[in-house]
Design a protein around this ligand. Structure first.
Ligand SMILES: Cc1cc2nc3c(=O)[nH]c(=O)nc-3n(C[C@H](O)[C@H](O)[C@H](O)COP(=O)(O)OP(=O)(O)OC[C@H]3O[C@@H](n4cnc5c(N)ncnc54)[C@H](O)[C@@H]3O)c2cc1C
Length: 387
């Protein structure tokens, strides 16, 4: 067992930390207040080569793996959870193509995202199909050498600003096995951003409702050689990034703890700084215990994806990392507010933003309940045993 980071990992961590401190920290509050997509973050990520961390080198990525992505996400999420999502999204919007696409598709559709020439989105959720992915209704009908896609997607992160979308649709009636993925460009006729959501947190990355009204795409945009990726299409993609969602939680919690600790050193009560009060000391220690536990789970999950060793018989480890780290972030953000007292509730400090942002993490890319469905199934099926 090796707990020391490789030189390449340390380099990516330092690069992300520099961007986090120089570019993100001064802007995070304004990005939240205005809900404007931070193009300056995107440019900084692109110029440092951070957008293609998990993407193949042949097409302009760094091929540095999921642990490297988690490390970078952790750094930037200390100041702004939206920034962590931005880094994650270039992988989420391309991993279906990375795992199942043809060589041409990897070159044509991953390359521009890896190099930061385009922004991508991952379009799975629909108004009547969230956790129940098999219920999705978007259809892709074969017409000669084309497919014609019709349906609606909702809550799509970066959907309103994306240039390229991976869209999941069924090719045969209700049959979930006919689930396939298509690459759609935002300027294709029939595609429309119907509305942009008003949401409580992660306001730097817009989400919205997207409609596909007979969008015609050539067959070359069907991901892979044939129809019918089935559930493994979205699930492999989501599994590969569950630890990275956890990394957003770990970074957020580290940022919240650091802020609360700095405040507690300065704020005086009962004749001394808050840090002299045992109740505050216990809170700080509990926060650190939880962060360290989550960090190890996230790093372990990321490492498993990189082996790669994250098939269905191992997916529960990724779910454990995602569920624990994201729920931990909510607890730590809440306790950090408590340490500041009334000040913690004020918008003059970043903690109320961390608290709002953390709430998103327990819902996206599989809710906490769905992670528990996966974990309990592993126990019942004896994939997770403690002999
Ligand atoms: C800010 C934000 C960004 C998002 N970004 C994207 C994106 O980029 N792409 C995308 O495709 N989607 C995205 N989503 C959608 C997200 O993945 C879904 O919201 C999520 O999967 C849950 O689906 P749902 O909201 O329809 O809830 P539902 O599936 O309706 O679930 C409602 C409640 O029931 C629980 N539940 C459902 N089924 C079970 C079960 N079997 N056992 C126990 N409990 C269950 C859920 O956990 C939840 O608490 C985003 C959502 C948000 C809020």
């Amino acid at each position: 067992m090796q707990f020391t980071l490789a030189e390449e990992h340390q380099l990516i961590q330092q690069t992300a930390r520099r961007i986090a401190q120089d570019v993100i920290a001064p802007r995070a509050a304004a990005v939240d207040a205005t809900a404007q997509y931070p193009e300056d973050y995107f440019r900084a990520f692109r110029d440092a080569g951070l957008l293609g961390i998990t993407l193949p080198r042949e097409v302009g990525g760094a091929d540095a793996g999921t642990l490297a992505l988690s490390l970078a996400v952790e750094e930037v999420a200390k100041y702004d959870c939206s920034a962590g999502l931005m880094l994650l999204l270039s992988s989420l919007s391309t991993h279906t193509i990375k795992f199942f696409g043809t060589e041409d598709q990897r070159r044509d559709f991953i390359g521009p995202i890896a190099r930061g020439e385009k922004k991508g989105a991952f379009c799975l959720t629909e108004p009547d199909a969230g956790s129940d992915v098999a219920a999705l209704r978007t259809r892709a009908v074969r017409d000669g050498d084309d497919y014609v896609i019709s349906g609606q997607k909702c809550y799509i992160s970066a959907g309103p600003i994306a240039d390229q979308l991976v869209v999941f649709a069924k090719t045969e009636g209700e049959n979930p096995r006919s689930l396939s993925a298509f690459v759609v460009d935002a300027d294709m006729p029939g595609f429309e951003v119907t509305s942009v959501d008003r949401k409580m947190g992660v306001r730097g990355v817009p989400t919205g409702v997207l409609s596909f009204d007979e969008v015609r795409v050539p067959r070359s945009r069907l991901v892979g050689e044939a129809e019918g990726l089935g559930m493994r299409g979205p699930l492999t993609t989501l599994n590969s990034l569950r630890p990275v969602v956890g990394a957003r939680g770990v970074g957020l919690a580290e940022g919240a703890l650091t802020y609360a600790l700095d405040y507690a050193r300065e704020r005086r009560a009962f004749g001394g700084p808050l840090t002299e009060l045992q109740a505050i000391q216990m809170k700080l220690a509990d926060m650190a215990i939880e962060i360290e536990a989550a960090r190890l789970l996230v790093y372990q999950g990321s490492w498993m994806v990189d082996q790669p060793d994250f098939g269905p018989s191992k997916a529960h480890y990724l779910s454990i990392a995602k569920a624990y780290a994201t729920e931990m972030a909510n607890r730590v953000a809440s306790e950090a507010i408590q340490i500041l007292g009334a000040q913690g509730y004020m918008m003059d400090h970043p903690l109320e933003r961390h608290y709002r942002d953390a709430r998103q993490l327990m819902i996206v890319e599989g809710t906490s309940e769905i992670q528990r469905v996966i974990i309990s199934r592993a126990l019942i099926d004896r994939n997770l045993v403690y002999p």
